[in-house]
Write a protein that binds this ligand. Structure first.
Ligand code: SAH
Length: 227
């Protein structure tokens, strides 16, 4: 008789990265987190978050916490990813979405399951390389990524239906608003790292920008330049 092989990548049943752990997280996002959009919950159930963090902490991937991904950065808390994704899907036709701050690639992978075209920009090359490798491994073909200062957006690919910023900005960059399509929306945390940050949504309607406050959040900061 041969011993069963441990295969964390295909851990579909028991175990801390298995289906039960994922189902528990999804239940919590719905009951305590107030996430109501079925499409978002189903996507978070399927995208393997444990592959987007270091193997050493993979067992914590289905806890509702932010986790380190190296280079002083973090993968956002599942509830925040769910919330940002719900907001993106409030756009009536989010065909082309730009994410600032690829990080682990997890938020981009979640978006890629729900919208046709995802563009993502990251300033730290090692993180971007890892994220790209994962997109390939997972067979995700609708993400285009770029190593650049995301404060500039991605001018060559504009306009975007939604721009979603996954690091806290001190101010909203003019480029992000300029690169929005008519009817488009920008979702961005604004405020100091470690301080009071607010999640803001700005819609571009008839050339005018309308801004809403969506509550307090906590993100790592937008930093200048590339690394
Ligand atoms: N969306 C990510 C969250 C990553 S944390 C995920 O799902 O894992 C925020 C990321 O924004 C970090 O990787 C950080 O390096 C990146 N970042 C910070 N300033 C940036 C900038 N000016 N341009 C592009 N990326 C930036």
């Amino acid at each position: 008789m041969s011993l069963p092989l441990r295969h964390p990548v295909n851990d579909a049943g028991l175990g801390l990265t298995g289906q039960r752990a994922r189902d528990r997280l999804i239940q919590r996002l719905a009951s305590d987190g107030g996430i109501a959009d079925r499409r978002v919950l189903d996507t978070l159930r399927t995208v393997p978050r444990h592959l987007f963090v270091d193997e050493a902490i993979a067992s914590r991937a289905y806890e509702n916490v932010a986790l380190p991904i190296g280079n002083g950065q973090t993968i956002s808390q599942p509830l925040i990813v769910a919330r940002m994704t719900e907001l993106v899907l409030e756009h009536p036709a989010p065909n082309k979405v730009l994410e600032i701050g690829t990080g682990s690639g997890y938020q981009a992978a979640v978006l890629a399951a729900l919208v046709p075209q995802v563009y993502t920009v990251e300033r730290l090359e090692p993180l971007l390389r890892r994220a790209r490798r994962l997109f390939r491994q997972l067979g995700i073909g609708n993400i285009r990524s770029r190593h650049d200062d995301g404060r500039l957006g991605w001018p060559d690919q504009a306009p975007f239906d939604v721009v979603v910023v996954t690091a806290a900005a001190m101010t909203i960059e003019p480029a992000w608003l300029e690169q929005l399509a008519e009817g488009g929306m920008l979702i961005s945390p604004v405020g100091q790292a470690g301080g009071a940050q607010r999640l803001r949504r700005i819609r571009k309607l008839d050339g005018e920008a309308a801004e809403e406050d969506l509550g307090g959040v906590s993100f790592v900061p937008i930093l200048p330049g590339v690394g």
